[in-house]
Design a protein around this ligand. Structure first.
Ligand SMILES: [Zn+2]
Ligand SMILES: [Zn+2]
Length: 343
C-alpha cells in the first residue's frame, strides 16, 4: 500500500510502497483509515525544524496522528468488532513502567507516538492497540471524527486554564489548535473569546465561520491596544497560547489580569524570557498543556455528536493521500485550515 513517510532526518516526506499491515495480535485492531488530518506538528516534522530529533531512531515511519476509520481486522479480546468505526488516540502506553503500574498511563515513561515513533495514518491501514480506539457516534462522519485529536488538545488546554462561566478569554494563534481552544472556551462558558493572529486571512475566515467575531490582527497594531479596545480597558481572565512563538506569551501576559492563568500549548523551539518582577507581582500562573486525557476524548466525542456541523468549517481542504505533499505545502504556507487526506 501507499504510505506517506518520514524517511530521513531532513526536510520533506516521501511516498513509499509498503507491505500491508500485519495481522492484529491480541487486543489489537487494524484500522482502515478514512480521514487523516495534517497537524501543525506534522508540518514541523516535514520541514524538519528543531524539536523532532526524537523521531530519528524510528525512521522510516508513516506519519499521521489525527485519524479515524473502520476496523477491518480484529484481534482477539479487542473489545471491538470488524466494521466498528473508531478514532485513534495517537499515544500508546506500555502498561509496565512505574507510571503505568501506578495507574498514571498518560505519563507512561515509554510511551510511543502513533505517527511519530511508530506507523500512523498516512496509509490505507494501520495496526494499533484497541485501547487507543474511541468509538465514533453514528451521526459523525470520519473527517469530523479525525478532528477529535486537535479538539481534544484544545479542550485539555481550556481545562488546564480553568476557563469559567462569563470569563473573557484571549486565544493566541488562529490555527487549528487555536480554533479548538476557542470552541472549547465557548463551550466552557466563556462570555467573550478574543482570538489573535498575524496577517492570517484564511484562518481568520475559518474563525468567523465558527462564529468568532472578536479577531485581532497583530499585523495591524499592538495586541495590547487592540485587546483592551475590545474589553473596554479590562484585562482578560485567561490567556491560552497556541503559536509556538515564545514572545507571544509575554504579549499575552501584558493583558492578563492579576492572578490570571496563562496556558502554553504551542511547541516552542526557543526559550522564553520572563521578566520575573512583573510576573511575581502580577501572580500570573503559567501552565503548560500537551495532548489530552482519555476522558477528554470522550467529552470531545459528545460535543462533536451533539452539533457536528458547527465544527465542519475547521476543515478547509480535502485531498486524496496521493496529493498529500500538496496538502503539506498548503498547511506550511498557512493557506489552509485543517487539511484532511483520504487514503
Ligand atoms: Zn495533532
Ligand atoms: Zn508505561
Amino acid at each position: 500500500m501507499l504510505a506517506l513517510r518520514k524517511t530521513q532526518a531532513a526536510f520533506g516526506l516521501e511516498f513509499q510502497e509498503i507491505p500491508e499491515a500485519p495481522p492484529p495480535g491480541p487486543a489489537e485492531v487494524v484500522v482502515r483509515v478514512e480521514a487523516v488530518g495534517i497537524c501543525g506538528s506534522d508540518v514541523h516534522a516535514y520541514g524538519w525544524t528543531e524539536g523532532y530529533g526524537f523521531m530519528v531512531p524510528h525512521l522510516p515511519l508513516t506519519m499521521g496522528h489525527e485519524f479515524a476509520g473502520t476496523i477491518s481486522r480484529n484481534g482477539t479480546g479487542s473489545g471491538f468488532a470488524e466494521g466498528d468505526r473508531v478514532a485513534v488516540i495517537p499515544f500508546v502506553f506500555c502498561g509496565h513502567c512505574p507510571a503505568c503500574r501506578s495507574g498514571d498511563t498518560r505519563n507512561c515513561l515509554k510511551r510511543e507516538g502513533i505517527g511519530l515513533t511508530r506507523d500512523g495514518g498516512f496509509q490505507a491501514e494501520v495496526r494499533v492497540p484497541s485501547r487507543c480506539c474511541v468509538a465514533i457516534p453514528p451521526n459523525l462522519d470520519s473527517e469530523l471524527a479525525a478532528l477529535a485529536e486537535p479538539l481534544g488538545v484544545g479542550m485539555e488546554a481550556v481545562l488546564t486554564g480553568e476557563v469559567g462561566l462569563g470569563d473573557t478569554v484571549l486565544v493566541l494563534g488562529p490555527g487549528t489548535i487555536g480554533q479548538a481552544i476557542a470552541l472549547s472556551a465557548r463551550l466552557a462558558g466563556a462570555a467573550r473569546v478574543i482570538v489573535a493572529g498575524r496577517a492570517d486571512a484564511p484562518r481568520f475566515e475559518v474563525l468567523r465561520a465558527l462564529g468568532f467575531s472578536d479577531i485581532v490582527d497583530v499585523a495591524e497594531g499592538s495586541l495590547q491596544e487592540q485587546v483592551l479596545a475590545l474589553t473596554g480597558g479590562r484585562a482578560v481572565d485567561v490567556v491560552l497560547e497556541a503559536t509556538g512563538v515564545p514572545s507571544t506569551l509575554n504579549e499575552g501576559m501584558a493583558v492578563l489580569k492579576k492572578g490570571g492563568v496563562i496556558v502554553a500549548a504551542g511547541i516552542h523551539a526557543e526559550a522564553l524570557t520572563l521578566p520575573l518582577t512583573d510576573f511575581v507581582r502580577m501572580r500570573h500562573q503559567l501552565r503548560a498543556t500537551h495532548g489530552a486525557e482519555r476522558r477528554t476524548w470522550d467529552r470531545v466525542m459528545a460535543h462533536l455528536s451533539r452539533a457536528p456541523e458547527s465544527f465542519r468549517p475547521m476543515v478547509t481542504h480535502r485531498l486524496p493521500l496521493e496529493r498529500g505533499l500538496e496538502g503539506f505545502e498548503l498547511a506550511r504556507q498557512r493557506a489552509a485550515g485543517k487539511v484532511i487526506l483520504t487514503p
